[in-house]
Design a protein around this ligand. Structure first.
Ligand SMILES: [Mg+2]
Length: 272
């Protein structure tokens, strides 16, 4: 990219969607609109870093008017923004078409109980996610990750993880599902994007609510743990500042961005 310094924003904002910028249940972002407007005034559009598919994120960008680069499927690929036909500009994950049959064979052989997006119809995905049917269809267009619900014992999950490791696979826990995938995460995607800027590179603000956001928050300069059922599990070591919100979802998101902008304006953001 080698952007001119004049075009470089003061900082980059990377955000998880479900349970962070979007309500966990309704998927609304309305409560974050005031902070989004404040960021827009400064030339900053949040970069989505989500477990969602590229197709889903492009649809959300279109309906929200927030068009920017994005990280999809937990960091499997990065898109430069604009139309989907442009394709990803970087790919970090191995495609589920290369390994999902083996994982299902393993399930069959060991008698382990779990079910995921590849097992479900659009309607079943809709039931498990609360998404409308058209959105469920987009959610099923997965290339790199298999979100699933583990329906077996904790002990068998440990055996499952060992078997996945032999296939060079792992899992990441999101707000609703556990994702089966190869070894990539949102944090690496964010650092890759930042590395494309000229020095001095913009500093990184990251917001998330679940364990699959830990890498994103850990790699940020200012991290925000949005209150959720799982946010207490977030304990990133890397950031110079960690903000924990009192409110969940986009309300908490709005609070945190306002706090960060106030600190930034007072030149107190990274100076403690
Ligand atoms: Mg989330």
């Amino acid at each position: 990219m080698n952007q001119d310094v004049a075009n470089t924003p003061p900082f980059l904002v990377f955000t998880d969607l479900d349970g962070s910028l979007m309500e966990h249940e309704t998927y609304s972002i309305e409560a974050a609109r005031p902070a989004l407007a404040e960021l827009a005034d400064r030339g900053i559009t949040p970069i989505f870093a989500s477990s969602k598919t590229a197709t889903e994120i492009i649809s959300i960008q279109a309906s929200s008017g927030l068009n920017a680069p994005f990280i999809c499927e937990n960091g499997a690929a990065i898109y430069g923004g604009g139309s989907e036909s442009a394709g990803p500009i970087a790919v970090f994950g191995s495609r589920s078409s290369e390994w999902l049959t083996e994982v299902h064979d393993l399930r069959e052989r060991m008698g382990w109980k779990f079910s995921g997006f590849a097992d479900w119809s659009n309607q079943e995905v809709s039931v498990h996610t609360g998404l409308p049917a058209a959105d469920a269809e987009r959610a099923r267009q997965r290339e790199f990750t298999e979100p699933m619900l583990w329906q077996d014992t904790h002990a068998n999950f440990q055996l499952f993880l060992e078997a996945l490791a032999k296939l060079e696979l792992t899992t990441l826990e999101g707000g609703r599902f556990i994702s089966i995938q190869s070894d990539f995460d949102k944090g690496n995607g964010m650092k890759w994007w930042q590395s494309r800027f000229a020095e001095p590179r913009p500093f990184l603000v990251a917001l998330g609510d679940s364990p699959n956001d830990e890498s994103l928050l850990a790699a940020a300069d200012v991290a925000v743990a949005i209150k959720s059922a799982k946010s207490d599990q977030l304990d990133p070591a890397g950031p110079q500042r960690l903000i924990r919100t009192n409110r969940p979802g986009p309300s908490g998101w709005n609070d945190a961005i306002n706090e960060i902008l106030a600190l930034f304006d007072a030149a107190q953001l990274l100076e403690d």
